[in-house]
Design a protein around this ligand. Structure first.
Ligand SMILES: *[C@@H]1O[C@H](CO)[C@@H](O)[C@H](O)[C@H]1NC(C)=O
Ligand SMILES: *[C@@H]1O[C@H](CO)[C@@H](O)[C@H](O)[C@H]1NC(C)=O
Ligand SMILES: *[C@@H]1O[C@H](CO)[C@@H](O)[C@H](O)[C@H]1NC(C)=O
Ligand SMILES: *[C@@H]1O[C@H](CO)[C@@H](O)[C@H](O)[C@H]1NC(C)=O
Ligand SMILES: *[C@@H]1O[C@H](CO)[C@@H](O)[C@H](O)[C@H]1NC(C)=O
Ligand SMILES: *[C@@H]1O[C@H](CO)[C@@H](O)[C@H](O)[C@H]1NC(C)=O
Ligand SMILES: *[C@@H]1O[C@H](CO)[C@@H](O)[C@H](O)[C@H]1NC(C)=O
Ligand SMILES: *[C@@H]1O[C@H](CO)[C@@H](O)[C@H](O)[C@H]1NC(C)=O
Length: 487
């Protein structure tokens, strides 16, 4: 290839031409390819000229569209979006499915399938339907005649639309995968995954029904939640009267199809109202920022009505976070006692009402129970009540209280600093080795040159590579660790 520059430029201009052509086709086709129903035999391939969204299907009013979403340039997701705002309302398989490439295909053969030539079926609706349609409420439907046999509303992502039933076998997941919402026997539960492989995770907020008009019965079956077009989040059991109503600001304002709720990346459930050109916040499940599980990030401190600061009073929050050390380091560091202790007076856990505690007669006892426990990251203690709360996940944000009898004890993992210095040491050693081998090699080469002139090229290359190799490897390893500690 290197010695054929002409051919290369020809290939380039050909690619450019094809790109230009497909781009103009795509621009023309954007409206016309997005049809109102997909029938058996339909296929579509991601268009290389599309930068963010490639529509495939639209609803009858033109508010919503199903299409390919381009993620990080090279990845593909299948999503239903709200056209005017580009908000993603539903995502197949809750995220990225495969590569954005001509080897990827969406097909409908009774099942809606995302297929990749290399990896096979990546996602499928596992149905045998006749037709795919998008309802005017953004529900993706697979139908036989007028019968719906599959709907995207049964597989929610992070959003609930009006009229969508949220039942006890469903989960909403925030886009960062950290938070989830699930129904309990008689409450809406919000969970955080601060520790990997913990399911469903830490319960950080719980909404219990008011039971104003009806009561939750023990034997009357599971509850469900529906966003009503009258502007409230209703909880129902088996009757038509809600057991709980959480009204939005737009309560009883006319107009259907204008509301949605979404579990946000900060763990809050937010309601939105479409005001013709933008979404207005209509409802917040957790009204005070400080009651969110990690409003100021790891090792942060939330001051009601003021904002964020840090648990460590020597650290300022100006950089937008408090954890300067690698706190996501593995739990092994706690077992190996690679941590230091930080204490703070006047703090408590957010939503401590729903958290388990033991009663201890003193702060020392409360701390000691945590000290030797590999899964304990810290405690908070109240000197008046004796309540000792164990924190069995990496420390997140605590709430400041003007009460000196409430205090916290926190472990701060030390891993990164040590790793950094040891890597520097290894890099240094590698560098030294490199120089020594270089000297040896040069020496060898000179000797060789004196003895036999025939094999010099081979010796030179081999020797130099052997000396620089480990230095290079260590160099990239330390680069990785620098990247990690910057994050
Ligand atoms: C549809 O195509 C996929 C992928 O080729 C295949 O696995 C599936 O069995 C097909 N479904 C039907 C109903 O033909
Ligand atoms: C949306 O669809 C429903 C039936 O599925 C219909 O009753 C309603 O009028 C439609 N809304 C609009 C604005 O077209
Ligand atoms: C929600 O549940 C109700 C009652 O079971 C049902 O009548 C309605 O069709 C469901 N709506 C959707 C969109 O599934
Ligand atoms: C609804 O709850 C009542 C008790 O409150 C019960 O008698 C009834 O059988 C329940 N209906 C269903 C369909 O579960
Ligand atoms: C849907 O489309 C109608 C008609 O264009 C518009 O009045 C309404 O605001 C749209 N709704 C949403 C949620 O975009
Ligand atoms: C930080 O906290 C420690 C212990 O609580 C205290 O002794 C120190 O005075 C505080 N420093 C500042 C700058 O507030
Ligand atoms: C360690 O703490 C966890 C909770 O953080 C607790 O479940 C466990 O029993 C404790 N282990 C010991 C040995 O105390
Ligand atoms: C906790 O309470 C005990 C007894 O009430 C008291 O002696 C002690 O000083 C208190 N400690 C703190 C840190 O407030």
């Amino acid at each position: 290839m290197n010695d054929k520059p002409n051919e290369l430029t020809r290939v380039h201009s050909f690619i450019l031409l094809v790109a230009l052509l497909t781009h103009s086709i795509a621009t023309v086709a954007a409206g016309s390819t997005a049809v109102q129903e997909l029938l058996k035999g339909f296929t579509a391939t991601p268009d290389s000229s599309v930068a963010s969204f490639q529509p495939l299907l639209i609803d009858s009013i033109g508010n919503y569209s199903l299409g390919f979403v381009r993620v990080d340039q090279s990845q593909l997701a299948l999503a239903v979006i709200h056209i005017p705002s580009h908000e993603q309302l539903w995502v197949a398989g809750n995220g990225v499915l495969t590569k954005w490439s001509s080897q990827t295909q969406l097909l409908f053969n009774g099942s809606l399938v995302i297929y990749n030539e290399q990896t096979g079926v990546v996602w499928s609706s596992h149905t045998d339907g006749e037709r795919v349609r998008l309802s005017n409420m953004s529900n993706l439907l697979i139908e036989i005649g007028s019968l719906t046999i599959w709907q995207s509303f049964d597989f929610p992502y992070n959003t609930l639309m009006e009229g969508q039933n949220f039942t006890s076998d469903m989960t909403l997941v925030s886009s960062n995968g950290l938070y989830s919402m699930k129904l309990g026997l008689d409450f809406i539960g919000f969970y955080a995954k601060f520790v990997a492989n913990s399911d469903p995770g830490l319960l950080y907020f719980q909404h219990n029904p008011m039971e104003a008009k009806a009561q939750v019965m023990k034997d009357a079956g599971p509850i469900r939640v529906i966003l009503s077009s009258d502007g409230f989040l209703g909880m129902y059991q088996n009757g038509t009267a809600p057991v709980d109503v959480q009204p939005f600001s737009s309560f009883q304002q006319p107009g259907t199809g204008n509301r949605r709720v979404r579990l946000e990346p900060d763990g809050n459930l937010i309601g939105y109202y479409w005001a013709r050109s933008s979404w207005l916040v209509d409802f917040k499940q957790i009204s005070d920022q400080c009651d969110l599980p990690s409003s100021c990030g790891p090792y942060g401190m939330c001051q009601r009505g003021k904002g964020c600061s840090c648990l460590d009073n020597r650290t300022s929050y100006t950089s937008g976070r408090c954890d300067t050390e690698e706190i996501s380091a593995s739990i092994d560091n706690l077992c190996l006692k690679k941590y230091r202790i930080m204490r703070r007076v006047g703090v408590e856990l957010p939503n401590k009402e729903i958290k388990a505690y033991t009663i201890m007669s003193s702060l020392e006892k409360c701390e000691r129970a945590c000290e030797d426990n590999c899964t304990c990251w810290g405690v908070t203690y109240s000197n008046t009540s004796g309540y000792c709360y164990n924190i069995d996940y990496p420390i997140q944000t605590l709430v400041e209280v003007l009460d000196d009898t409430k205090m916290g004890y926190f472990k701060v993992s030390k891993s990164t600093k040590k790793d950094n210095t040891s890597i520097k040491l290894w890099v240094g050693l590698g560098f030294l080795c490199g120089i020594i081998s270089l000297v040896l090699v040069i020496g060898g080469v000179i000797l060789h040159k004196k003895e036999s002139r025939g094999v010099k090229g081979y010796v030179e290359e081999d020797g130099v590579n052997g000396g620089v190799g480990p230095y290079k490897n260590l160099g990239s390893a330390s680069f990785k660790s620098i990247e990690l500690s910057v994050k």
